[in-house]
Design a protein around this ligand. Sequence first.
Ligand SMILES: [Zn+2]
Length: 69
Amino acid sequence: MCDNKITYYVPKGFDYREHLVQCGRTDPFGGLALCEQHEHERLYILTKSDEPEDASYQDCDWFENTRDW
Ligand SMILES: [Zn+2]
């Protein structure tokens, strides 16, 4: 996403370890690390990546059907 880094504190024994994760990368907890600027786009980014691939094929069929008219 950008060069901003998000700080995560991961439990390490009785202490916490500081982790800097770049915006758009996977955070230490397996989630998506986003800076304050991109945090509000989280839902959009996740929805976009989960979009089924065959959705484009349906668009194609629809387009060809309209051409036959
Ligand atoms: Zn960012």
